[in-house]
Every structure is written in C-alpha cells, then in structure tokens.
Design a protein around this ligand. Sequence first.
Ligand code: AMP
Ligand code: ZN
Ligand code: FE
Ligand code: FE
Length: 279
Amino acid sequence: MKIADLHLHTNFSDGTFTPEELVFHAQKNGLACIAVTDHDSVEGCARTAMACEAVRMEFLPGVELTASLDDTELHVLGYFLDAQNQRLLSEIARFQVVRQKRIHEMVARINEMGVPLKAEAVFALANCQSPGRPHVARAMVKEGLVKSLDDAFERFLKKGRPAWVPKSKISALEAIELVHQAGGLAVMAHPGLNRTDDVIPALVEAGMDGIECFHTKHSTAMSERYLEIADKYHLLVTGGSDCHGFSKGKPLIGTVRLPYEHVEKMKQRRHRTQSAAAR
Ligand code: AMP
Ligand code: ZN
Ligand code: FE
Ligand code: FE
C-alpha cells in the first residue's frame, strides 16, 4: 500500500533536517509521498521537490500558517499551493518579521531573569527566516543555560512563563483565503492539540477543505472523532507525523502512515476547486 506523511518540518523552520536529509528518512520509512509544512515558510519546498524528484518520490508543496480564531491559536495547513504566489510570499514575509522581532523580545525577557542569552546565538542557530521558540530553546541548551529543551520550555517559553511572548497572528479565516488564492487546499492542523472543536463550523463556513485526523499527538479515539467530523462536513482527511527531525529525540517521520487514497481525494478536490475558479 502507498503511504504518505503530510506534516513535516525542515530546517527552513524549526525542523533539524535539511530537505535532502528529510527525503533520505522518508525513503528509509518507505513513504511514497511527502509534504513539507514549515511554519510560516515555503522556502524549503523547492529543494525538497528536487530531492524527491531524484528518488522518484511524490512531493506536495505545503505550509503551516500560525493563525488564530476567537483568541485561540490554531494552525492552518496549506497543500498544493504555488510557492511563488506573490500575495502568499508577501504575507509570509510579514509573519517572519513578527517572528524575528519576537525572538528579540523573548531574549530580552530571558535576560531580565538574569540568564545571559544573546539574540545573535538564537539567530545563528536558527539560520532561517522563520525562527521560533524551539530555536530559542536549542540555543539555550547549546549555551549551557538550561538542561534540556523541555527545561527551557517549562521554565521560560511555555505559554504563561516569563519569556512567553504572544505573536500577532492572521485570522484563521484569512489564512484559508490566503491558501486558496495561492491555489492551495486549506486544512486544519492537529485539531486534537488545540481543543477548539467549536471553531470548526466557522472554518467550514470559510471554505476549509480538510482536517488533519491523523497526527502523532492524536489518540485513536481523537482520530476517530475527527474522522466523524470530516464525514459530517464533507472534509478531506489528512495526516502526518509533524516530524521536527532530531529536535525531540527519535525522528517521527513515518510514524503516522496516511493511506495514499487520501492524497488522491485531495487531488480530485483540487481539480474541482480550480475548474470552478476558472469558470
Ligand atoms: P512558536 O511557533 O515559536 O510559538 O513555536 C511553536 C513550536 O514549539 C511548535 O513546533 C511546537 O512543536 C514547539 N513547542 C511548543 N511547546 C513546546 C514544549 N512545551 N516543548 C517542546 N516544544 C514545544
Ligand atoms: Zn514546529
Ligand atoms: Fe502545528
Ligand atoms: Fe507542525
């Protein structure tokens, strides 16, 4: 059976794998199709596409947009989008500026607590346009300022901790529209992590195409619940491991195995929406 993993991060956001390393691991896990879904970035798509082509693996360009609705953060995945789309790229550039400013704010707060972390150390480690809290945590480990990544999150970076800085976010409804105008399908990421099922009807109303039923952090019961919701609202079913490389121990790639028939359904829907747009 052909298997896909549609939620993967590279070092163009907070994953540790380069696109080539990601494809190597995908191959090792027998995947027929992968999607890169970096946080607020599509920069890794081109290189991953090339690495996939070299080993004849199917690649879907993707993104994971940090969005919000009714004050809750939720992540909107975009698939099959045009990674050259001008509006998408200019919006992403804005999100990246927000992320970079936020690093400075987080570091300032960490410094206020008497911990001598330098913003430059975080940016050097992140080495990408879309830095986030995991990079801060990794820089702190590297500099010997905390024992572990968990330690950094528990003491400083988790929501409610002293160095937690909220970031201004695009509304999830706008995120769906942004993905659509770039030719993509919009999917709600890991709904079980956000515990915000009450927003699903509004997202469906806004044209959301699918829901990530299978995810590393979903229990079997959760996956079943979201499969029912997908059925109820006629949503596509997606899934992926949310692998961040070696940042959290053993790489998760391949641990969530999405049957390829779901990718086929995504393609059918994409053709339907595109021919509707052309009319
Ligand atoms: P950001 O987009 O900068 O807010 O960072 C979000 C990223 O941090 C996500 O990829 C999460 O996987 C990771 N993250 C969030 N909370 C924790 C935590 N408590 N421990 C480790 N990683 C976390
Ligand atoms: Zn991440
Ligand atoms: Fe996410
Ligand atoms: Fe993710």
